[in-house]
Write a protein that binds this ligand. Structure first.
Ligand code: NAD
Ligand code: TYD
Length: 360
């Protein structure tokens, strides 16, 4: 039975990935999920699988060398899928230090532990061991021109402390591939949306605020463009790359679904109106009047857009869920999981929200 070590599996994409993998492989795989449970990690995301005999949760920091090495010593890990990171650009602008610590030093620690566990005496690596580093399209910087796209060959040009820390971690992975022939891949994905996303990111924040009749903060002119991908399509891409990709290669994952932020907000408002019952009191709250233009994010990247040609050709990946369908699935999930949203927005979230938006 193949054993996966998933880092950051209690977060948004990591928990979707764990669900996806158990749905796809059932009891043919074993998953160990290592997560520090920061504000973004939530074991509620995994409560329906937590009792599976082939699933184990370990609460640990990826920067903790001993704790990570112990997992490798006690288990014959075949695959590492490395999601754990600080992931929110606005937080990185306020507090860059933890981004460098977790995203750069944490990745270095994961690389060192896997290298130590997998390397033979002659410097080669044990057969069929693979490390996948989950990264972002933000490392490529910002596109000004509507006809340009990010390719795997696009030079790195990160602007925020978040993207700079992810770029640094990518370079570390690349250096292990080049120097040691370390068996790794990197995936650079566009903006994800879907179930279990923490409401600091645009889409769940807008859904949650609209349903409560709260302001919908639009940074700058609202015309910044992101290339939105339904999270399950990202998970499928990660698995395909690890199964069929060429070791050492980088693959961009994105869906040719570029939209301005203001367009996203209008789609969410329209979809909420369509999906809410006339008798539902929240229907009256959902309104374009909630849209509030606020001070722009510092260093706000204008446009991201992925060219997924390489991953399509190499492993046959394509985005299966169009945005209109994906946003309905997402909103339906938030309707059915009101308690989840209530739990994650209680306590510290209030302080965060106040701090992030009060002077905008
Ligand atoms: P997230 O913030 O929802 O989850 C991050 C998880 O990592 C949380 O469970 C958190 O507890 C855990 N974590 C943080 N620091 C840790 C540490 N020091 N040790 C152990 N665990 C720690 O993030 P996400 O949106 O699920 O993103 C996952 C990965 O995908 C990240 O590497 C991110 O850069 C990348 N990515 C995200 C997107 C996106 O749109 N969300 C797009 C492309 C790439
Ligand atoms: P976000 O979800 O934070 O992802 P990222 O910054 O990694 O792309 O933001 C997506 C876009 O939405 C980005 O251009 C910033 C913008 N945005 C707002 O306009 N208002 C908000 O309240 C948030 C959180 C984001």
């Amino acid at each position: 039975m193949r054993t996966y070590l998933v880092t950051g599996g209690a977060g948004f994409i990591g928990s979707n990935y764990i669900h996806y993998m158990f749905k796809k492989y059932g009891d043919d795989i074993r998953i160990i999920n290592v997560d520090k449970l920061t504000y973004a990690g939530n074991l509620e995301n995994l409560k329906d699988i937590e009792d599976k005999p082939n699933y184990t949760f370990v609460k640990a920091d990826i920067c903790d060398g001993e704790a990570i090495m112990r997992i490798f010593e006690e288990n014959d890990i075949d695959r590492v899928v490395h999601f754990a990171a600080e992931s929110h650009v606005d937080r990185s602008i306020k507090n860059p230090d933890v981004f460098v610590k977790t995203n750069v030093l944490g990745t270095l620690n994961m690389l060192n532990a896997a290298k130590q566990a997998w390397e033979n005496e002659d410097g080669s690596f044990k057969a069929d061991k693979k490390f996948l580093h989950v990264s972002t399209d933000e490392v490529y910087g910002s596109l000004d021109n509507l006809t340009d796209y990010f390719y795997e060959t696009t030079p790195y040009d990160p602007h925020s402390p978040y993207s700079a820390s992810k770029a640094s971690s990518d370079f570390l992975v690349k250096s292990y591939i080049d120097t040691y022939h370390f068996p790794a891949n990197i995936t650079n994905c566009s903006n994800n949306y879907g179930p279990y996303q923490f409401p600091e990111k645009l889409i769940p924040l807008v859904i949650n605020n609209a349903l409560h009749g709260r302001d919908l903060p639009v940074y700058g002119d609202g015309k910044n463009i992101r290339d939105w991908l339904f999270v399950e399509d990202h998970c499928k891409g990660i698995d395909l790359v690890q199964e069929k990709g060429v070791l050492g290669e980088t693959y961009n994952i994105g869906g040719h679904n570029e939209r301005q932020n203001i367009q996203i907000i209008h789609i969410i408002l329209d979809t909420l109106q369509e999906m809410l019952d006339d008798s539902d009191p929240r229907k009256a709250l959902v309104s374009e009047k909630l849209i509030k233009y606020v001070t722009d994010r510092k260093g706000h990247d204008r446009r991201y857009a992925i060219a997924p040609d390489k991953i399509k050709a190499a492993v046959g990946w394509y985005p299966e869920t169009c945005f209109e369908e994906g946003i309905k699935k997402t909103i339906k999930w938030y309707f059915e999981n009101e308690d989840w949203m209530a739990n994650v927005t209680s306590g510290n979230y209030q302080t965060y929200y106040e701090d992030m938006y009060k002077d905008r």
